[in-house]
Structures are given as C-alpha cells and as structure tokens.
Design a protein around this ligand. Sequence first.
Ligand SMILES: [Zn+2]
Length: 241
Amino acid sequence: MLLHRSAGITDGVYFYLWVGQGINSNSVVLANALDGSQPHVLIDPGMTGGAIGERPLDSLAQAMAADGLQMEDVGLVIGTHCHPDHFQAVDEVVRCTGAKVALSLPEYEFLKGPGGAFYGGFGANPPAARPSLMLQEGELSLGPSNGWRAEVLITPGHSPGSVCLYLRESKVLVSGDVVFPGSIGRMDFVGGSMRQMRESIDRLSRMDVEYILPGHSSMAGPLVSGRDNVVRNFQMVRMML
Ligand SMILES: [Zn+2]
C-alpha cells in the first residue's frame, strides 16, 4: 500500500512525504546525482516495518517507481541522523542495492554508543551497515560530471551528529529532525542539547533557503516553501529556544 505522497520539488529533487499511521520519516531522493549505473541518492530511508503491518520501505520503493526511480538504482544512502525512524531501513537498502552509506562521524559514534539503544525500543538491532563515507562539514561532491553539489551542515541539538543538506542551486534545505514546519526537533532524547539546537537554528536561519524539506511534517504543513515563509518559520521556531 502506498503510504507516501510524492512531490517533485525542483529538478531532480523528490520529496516523499510519509502519510502512514506509524512512526516513520519523510524521505528525499536526489535523482541522477551520482555518476555510474546507480545514480540516485536516498536521504533517510526510514523503516522497513512498523505499526499495524505497515511496510514503509516497500511503500517508498513503490512511490519512487511511480516517479520512474528504481530503488535498485540507489547508489548512496545518507542518514540525516541515526534515529530508527530515519535510518533503520539502511541495512535492507544496502542488501538490495549494495549502496554506499553516509553518516556524520559524531552520529556514527553516537549510534555505536548510547544512540544504539533507540533501536531496542522498536524491537530492532542497530544497523550493521558501516558508513563508507563520513559526512563532514562543507561541500559534498556527488556527481562531478552532472554538476550536483550538496553542502553538509553539521547541526547538532536533536542528536549529536545531525546533518542538514543544502542544495545551493535550488536553495533546498533537507532538514532532518532539526527544523520542521512551525517546530523544531525534540531535545530531550539522549544526545539532545538545547544549546546546540539554538546554535544550529541560528546558523540555518542565516542561509538563503527556498524550501525546507523536513524529516517529519506537522500541523503547519508538509514542508515550508517560499523565501518569506522560510524566514517566518525560522522567526517562529527561534522563539521556542
Ligand atoms: Zn530523530
């Protein structure tokens, strides 16, 4: 059953909004961003299984296929952070595709330490996939021949090594669980920090962003689009800190 709603944001950027009942994150696909035979980048694969028999990863694969994007053609999986609702399905995607995996180093260390405990709450084990790419602050060169570039911002606060990805050409910010429409990520989990969240939000609010693609949507909407709305959203969420 299709539990994602697909939205093409700008050229090659697809937002997969989770509309199922159980907990799972939204996903983003950068189509044809890599050289080679598996050119797609999948950000936050979500979960394989969930409440009431939902199969979020199967749904994501179907929603992608409806856009002409095959899960088998994913060559890189990026986790904005290691929480199970965003990252649990990584092992299954790697099993099916052999894709490379990217996470920030502080987040990987967190996953190997206290962050791994989140998986117990879902009756799952922490992913076995070892990142072959440790995301670092700065430019992430994806496909040199087709011009895709993404910028990695290490933005802790919700978890110690949370990243946001910024696509400069299209002014898209993939924000994980740092900032949502009208809200910010929880800071009361292990690894959360209000001080760091304040710094991360301050930093993001100074960027030139047209679209915020969040890890979860809210009553305020599925995403934030339009520069004025983005500015207003940051003004609103800064008051929460
Ligand atoms: Zn999270």
